[in-house]
Design a protein around this ligand. Structure first.
Ligand code: FAD
Ligand code: UDP
Length: 373
């Protein structure tokens, strides 16, 4: 007997919502289920007295992919927010990402040649070796001084382990520039949806049935019977009931504070790089999407150990987790009626634009190949 839906989509974050839109537009019958009481996954924003608060951490959209940029602009109007975070170490502020302003603030150097010479001098401790971990990679990019002040403390509290035990790629996300340019991202397109992310998701999911507060894994058999194919965007190890063991994550705790002042920190994002300060970032949301209010909302972001039942925010992509993930991926390949996608199901440190690109490609392939019955 034909099932009621062609596709069941588990999760209403970017991966799930984009798949839902594309499949619906291709004439497929789609049902979305979501464990939380709202749509949008980790990009969800909540309107707190007129301020769009990024409930799960600051989300700044940036991409070089013009078609992804055009795609998201169909569902929301974006402003041109440029992320220029500050790093606070003791009582001094430094510009990020690492650029001529940072080098000037730290060393008093004023030309790119002077800055490069200073970094070259500090790189010598590596004796020309290829960086093998985050600490070595950081020293090779910006030298030991910046590593000690702006990277080591932040990184070790963020990841809950020594920087020497972390993969080098994590720090390569950050640009290093020899210009006076505080733009954190190097992408052509950047911005924040005016009015928050949630209405972008509402538009993506317009006219699509969405059931909130439904945990797929608790009602798996019932939901599987409703659809020909499943797109699953939750944690891959949870799908297989952790039969090979649990993948590690880093978690976060957010403390959202409403303050009776119009402007608390003068910038959207301040990173707190000292090991002794327990939070990594303070976010003042009204600077993302400016509103004129007498109050403001500041979020303190605390890194946290993850254990089963906590929100899994960051995959910990070290060798042992990668090896375990590969074994889960092999199990996933034996489930042709299920597509695994997104940050949790692919266990990948994905940004929003990458998740959208991956969802668009996934739907094209599904439509091309047809779904398994
Ligand atoms: P998610 O957004 O996690 O969505 C998955 C959804 O599936 C969730 O809503 C979850 O509740 C639901 N789900 C899971 N299991 C089940 C189940 N069993 N049943 C039903 N529903 C289920 N990216 C950027 O581009 N720029 C940024 O500035 C940025 N900042 C970030 C800051 C932080 C603190 C974090 C954690 C991430 C940040 N990201 C940023 C990354 C961005 O959040 C992700 O790329 C994006 O949200 C991933 O979308 P997704 O659909 O894969 O996953
Ligand atoms: N990082 C740091 N100091 C900073 C900002 C970032 O050492 O002030 C390091 C840290 O290891 C972090 C990585 O750079 O995990 C990537 O930073 P990004 O801002 O991209 O992290 P995300 O927004 O993904 O948490």
């Amino acid at each position: 007997m034909a099932r009621k839906f062609d596709y069941l989509i588990v999760g209403s974050g970017f991966f799930g919502a984009v798949c839902a839109r594309q499949l619906t537009d291709a004439g497929k019958r789609v049902l979305v289920i979501e464990k939380r009481d709202h749509i949008g996954g980790n990009a969800y924003t909540k309107n707190i007295d007129g301020i769009h608060v990024h409930q799960y951490g600051a989300h700044i959209f940036h991409t070089n992919d013009q078609s992804v940029w055009q795609y998201v602009n169909r569902f929301a109007q974006f402003n041109r927010f440029t992320n220029s975070p500050l790093a606070k170490y003791q009582d001094k502020l430094y510009n990020l990402p690492f650029n001529m302003n940072t080098f000037y603030q730290l060393w008093g150097v004023t030309t790119p040649q002077q800055a490069k010479a200073k970094i070259a001098e500090q790189q010598q401790e590596l004796s020309g070796k290829q960086p093998e971990n985050l600490e070595q990679q950081a020293i090779s990019l910006v030298g030991r001084d910046i590593y000690q002040l702006l990277i080591k403390g932040y990184t070790e509290k963020q990841w809950g382990c020594k920087a020497t035990d972390l993969p080098a790629f994590i720090i390569r996300r950050l640009p290093v520039r020899f210009t006076y340019d505080n733009n954190y991202f190097s992408d052509t397109y950047q911005g924040i949806p005016i009015g928050g992310y949630t209405q972008l998701f509402a538009n993506l999911l317009e006219d699509i049935e969405v059931q909130l507060q439904v945990d797929y894994l608790q009602h798996k058999a019932d939901y599987d019977n409703m659809a020909e194919h499943v797109i699953y965007t939750g944690p891959i190890d949870a799908y297989f009931n952790y039969e090979l063991g649990t993948l590690d994550y880093r978690s976060l705790k957010f403390d959202h504070q409403i303050l009776a002042m119009a402007n608390a920190q003068g910038n959207a994002v301040i990173n707190h790089t000292e090991a002794s300060v327990p939070y990594t970032r303070t976010i003042e949301h009204k600077h993302f999407d400016p509103v004129d209010t007498p109050h403001t909302v500041v979020t303190y972001e605390y890194p946290a150990n993850w254990q089963l039942g906590d929100e899994p925010y960051y995959p910990v992509n070290n060798d042992s987790n990668q090896a375990l993930f590969k074994r889960y991926r092999s199990l996933a390949k034996n489930q042709p009626q299920v597509t695994f996608g997104g940050r949790l199901a692919e266990y990948k440190y994905y940004d929003m634009h990458q998740v959208i690109r991956s969802a668009l490609n996934t739907v094209s392939k599904l439509l091309e190949n047809g779904i398994e019955q």
